[in-house]
Design a binder for this molecule. Sequence first.
Ligand code: FAD
Length: 462
Amino acid sequence: MSDFDVIIIGAGPGGYVCAIRCAQLGLKTAVVEGRETLGGTCLNVGCIPSKALLNATHHLHEVHENFEKMGLMGGAPTVDWVKMLAYKQDVVNGNTKGIEFLFKKNKVTWLKGWGQITAPGQVKVGEETHTAKKIVIATGSEPASLPGVTVDEKTVVTSTGALELARIPASVTVIGAGVIGLELGSVYARLGAAVTVVEYLDVITPGMDAEVQKTFQRILTKQGLKFIMGAAVQGVETGPEGAVTTYKLRKDDSLATLNSEVVLVATGRKPYTAGLGLEALGVEMGPRGTIKTDAHWATNIPGVYAIGDAVAGPMLAHKAEDEGMAVAEVLAGKHGHVNYGVIPGVIYTTPEVASVGLTEEALKEAGRAYKAGKFPFMGNARAKAVFQAEGFVKILADAATDRILGCHIIGPGAGDLIHEVCVAMEFGASAQDLALTCHAHPTYSEAVREAALACGDGAIHA
Ligand code: FAD
C-alpha cells in the first residue's frame, strides 16, 4: 500500500493550493518542500515581498507628489530601510505561516527536504523514500541568466537580491523592461535611486496592448525612470564603485556603457527542475526547459503530473493555483479545468496595469473583425480626486456578436477592475451586458462600464 494518495513536490502557489484541494477531496496528501518556509517563490521572494515594498514606497511617492495639493503640509518622512525590510519580512512571515496553518487544518503532511522521483510512485526525501499513487511536480522557476553577467546578489542581483539590498542604492540599472524589472525599478526610483532600464526590444512589457505599453512608458518616464530601448546587454563588470553595464544599440551596433551602484537582472525566469531525476525517469520535456504535459497536466510517465511555472504558459501565481486546483480535481476522479483564455495579468506599479484576453494587435494579426471601446480615466471623477486620471480602459469585442474578447487597463485599481471583465468573459458576456450593469458612483469601475458603453452607442462622460 502507498504511504499517500498524492505527493506534491514544491509548496508554491501551484503545489500548496493543489495539496489543500486534494485533501479537501479526501485524498491522503503530502507536500515535499526544501525551503525553510512554505509558499514558494511567490510568498517568499516574489509576489508578496515585492508588493509590500511597492506599498511602502507608493505611500512615500504620494507624500512627495500629492500631499501638499490636498493641504497636507509638513516634512516628508525619512526612510528607515532596515525597518522597511523588516515590514516586508513580517508580511512574508505572516503569509508563509498562514500556509503552514492551512496544511495543519487540512491534514496535509509537509515532508521537509528536497525531493527526487526515483521511480513512478516513489519520492526520495533525504534518506527516506515515500510512496504515492500519484505525484505532482510543482517545482516552479528560477531567474534566467544572461551571458556575460555574473550574479552575486549584492551588486549584480536578481529579483531575490533586489528584495533585500544592504542599503538603498544611488543608482540602479535594470536589465529587462518586463513586469518584475518595472515593479522593482519603481520601488527604487521612489526611494530616490536613479533608475535606468535597458531593454532589448523597442517596447516595454512585451506582449501587452501597444497603447498601454506607450502610455505606461510615458508615465514611468515622468516618474523618473529612464529607458534605453533596443539595447542588447553585452556584459556587466563589477568593481569597488559598483557596476558597468555594456550594451549594444541594435539600430547601429554602437557600444555604450552605463555605470550604476547596482544592476538588477530581470530578463525572465526559467523552469526549475534540477535534482528531480526527470531525465532518469524519462520525463518528456517541452521548449525552454518546461515539463511537457497533456491537457490534464499528465506527463508521459503514468501517475506523474506537472503544473505551474514548471510547465508551459504564463509564469503567474494564479495560473499555478488554478492548475493546482484543476489537477487535484482530476486526481480525485473529477473534471478539472483551466480557461487559459481568461488569465489576467497585472503590474502593480502606480498606476496599475492589467489585461485579459486578446490584444488589438493579436486580433488584427488573426484578421478578426472587432470593435474597441476606450474610456480615459480623465472622465472618471474618482480617479481625478486621487490624482490618477492618466490612463484608460479599453474593451475589445467581436464586431458581429459583441462578445468581449479582451480588456486592457492602465489606471487606478486596474488589478482589481480587470476581474469584472474576467467574470464577464467566463460567462460569454457581451460588451452590452457590462454596459447595462449598474456601477456604483463614484468608483473607478465606472470607467470599465464607460468603455463597454463605448463599444456600443458611446460613453457618457467622454
Ligand atoms: P514556485 O512558487 O516557484 O514554488 C516552487 C517551490 O518548489 C519552491 O518553494 C521550491 O523551493 C520548491 N522546490 C523546487 N524543487 C524542489 C524539490 N526537488 N524538492 C522540494 N521542493 C522543491 N506572479 C503573480 O501572479 N503576481 C505577482 O505579483 C508576481 N510577482 C512576482 C514578483 C517577483 C519578484 C517574482 C520573482 C515572481 C513574481 N510572480 C508573480 C511569479 C510567481 O511568483 C510565480 O508564477 C509562482 O510562484 C509560480 O508558482 P509555482 O507553484 O509554480 O512555483
